[in-house]
Design a protein around this ligand. Structure first.
Ligand code: SF4
Length: 456
């Protein structure tokens, strides 16, 4: 398994892409700041959202049962899936029962997490992602690199080439309006020909048994309204107690995600239309295990806005694919170790721990503190690579002995001034590959202080 650092090093090989990726996400972060600052009660909203989610997590079983009972009353068929495999099997059984061959899907990170597309394709069902960004990466046969902007790592020139190859647009076309129009024509055909539609779920309201889906392209609505069969797939943590709570979350979600005051389409689905069927698949897939970890349970408050990614200096300069999981960035790095500590144990270290993620999170998840706690778990479980372990043990030994620290400090300052550059910047110095040490001072602070303290 390739580690985050190795994958990130591939991403940063292309310096201009890295700069551009960094700047694009930072632009969205600043947009988010502007719209958030326009709302005087922004911090109270965040606090309220966090408290509502605390209540949900503390009473999740009761809210899920209430949600199911209401949905059943509305004429919806409700299914429970313990894991990804069960989720895929349930969805396939529903589709097979209706003889579905062509399916349209609006963006759903849960179905990405469960690898539903691959599963259904193997069963001979055509799955078309209808969110423009999702369709782009589906045509490129790669995973999303961001949870809100799945193709943010691509330039319009690359999309032009892809569309020329797959959708037969003009060669060399890069005009976004032209390319979007081509995608629109292509997707219209898929919508009209679909036998069923799947959507993700942003919020599931326990009080009403309805689900709420937020999109900017209206693709969830188009799919659901045209197809005779609709399926909504949701993680157990998507529950909110009351319809009255929705406004708190929708105000926070759009602003945090893209800096928009509202998401263009906020669609509510409560019951099937006449002669149609509506199914909801409720999925656990490791979430109740996370609920059982007191130090990490509030990661389940996440409303998948992506703000922590947009602000993270590591994510912005390493790209979403370097995390190797459907949900990248800071939130991905606290969800994944709970799924497989061995496989994802390096991700909590892919952070500067600057805390910017926690500052922007609309539901106030203490992301950087959880990253730090996961690091402690990884160390305790012996998951730290040998070199890192030796270096940290050596540093701990030296830092707890002031005389030794002083001696090595002096030695290193001299070495940095006198030895040839290759002594410090060589293949053994991974840190120095992309960074420069500052000019070393002539004396340590302690030496300076001893000399100067009589003056003060
Ligand atoms: S952790 Fe917070 S900031 Fe990150 S995606 Fe989830 S809700 Fe948004």
């Amino acid at each position: 398994m390739m580690e985050h650092a190795q994958k990130a090093s591939r991403f940063i090989e292309n310096e201009s892409r890295t700069d551009w990726h960094d700047a694009s996400l930072w632009f969205i972060r600043t947009k988010r700041d502007r719209v958030a600052h326009n709302i005087p009660e922004w911090e109270q909203l965040r606090e309220l959202a966090s408290q509502i989610k605390d209540n949900v997590l503390a009473n999740l079983d009761a809210y899920l049962e209430q949600f199911e009972a209401q949905a059943l009353k509305n004429g919806v068929k409700v299914h429970w899936a313990a894991d990804a495999e069960a989720h895929n099997r349930i969805v396939h059984d529903i589709l097979a029962g209706h003889g579905v061959r062509r399916l349209v899907k609006s963006k759903s990170m849960l179905t990405e997490e469960c690898h539903l597309n691959e599963y259904l394709s193997r069963q001979g069902i055509e799955v078309v992602d209808t969110d423009l960004g999702e369709r782009i990466i589906q045509l490129r046969e790669e995973p999303p690199s961001h949870i809100v902007m799945p193709a943010i790592h691509l330039k319009k020139e690359e999309i032009g080439e892809l569309f020329y190859e797959k959708l037969h647009t003009e060669k060399g076309a890069t005009d976004p309006a032209y390319l979007t129009e081509a995608a629109r024509r292509h997707l219209r055909e898929k919508f009209v020909g679909a036998d069923a539609a799947i959507t993700g779920v942003n919020f599931a309201v326990a009080e009403t048994g309805g689900v709420v889906v937020c999109t900017n392209e209206g693709n969830a609505d188009m799919g659901v309204h045209l197809a005779p069969l609709q399926i909504h797939c949701m993680g157990i943590e998507k529950i909110i107690p009351r319809a009255a709570d929705l406004g708190v979350f929708t105000r926070l979600l759009a602003r945090s995600a893209t800096g928009q005051p509202v998401t263009i389409y906020t669609s509510h689905y409560h019951r099937p239309g006449p002669g149609r069927e509506m199914h909801i698949v409720i999925v656990d897939n490791g979430r109740s295990a996370q609920l059982g970890r007191p130090d990490f349970r509030n990661s389940l408050k996440c409303i998948r806005c992506g703000a922590c990614m947009n602000t993270c200096p590591v994510y912005r300069r390493s790209g979403g694919h370097s995390y190797g999981y459907t949900i990248p960035g800071p939130i991905g790095s606290i969800l994944t170790p709970g799924i497989d500590l061995k496989k994802y144990g390096d991700l909590p270290f892919a952070s500067s721990l600057c805390g910017s993620c926690s500052d922007v999170c609309p539901v106030r998840i203490d992301i950087h503190q959880q990253l730090y706690r996961w690091r402690q778990v990884v160390v305790k479980e012996g998951g730290l690579p040998l070199v890192k372990r030796l270096v940290l043990n050596g540093a701990a030994w030296m830092l707890s002995r002031p005389a030794v620290y002083g001696f090595f400090g002096k030695l290193m300052r001299k070495a940095m001034r006198r030895l040839p550059r290759r002594f410090l910047y060589n293949r053994f110095n991974e840190w120095g590959k992309g960074r420069e040490l500052p000019e070393p001072p002539r004396q340590s602070f302690n030496e300076w202080h001893k000399q100067n303290r009589s003056r003060s």
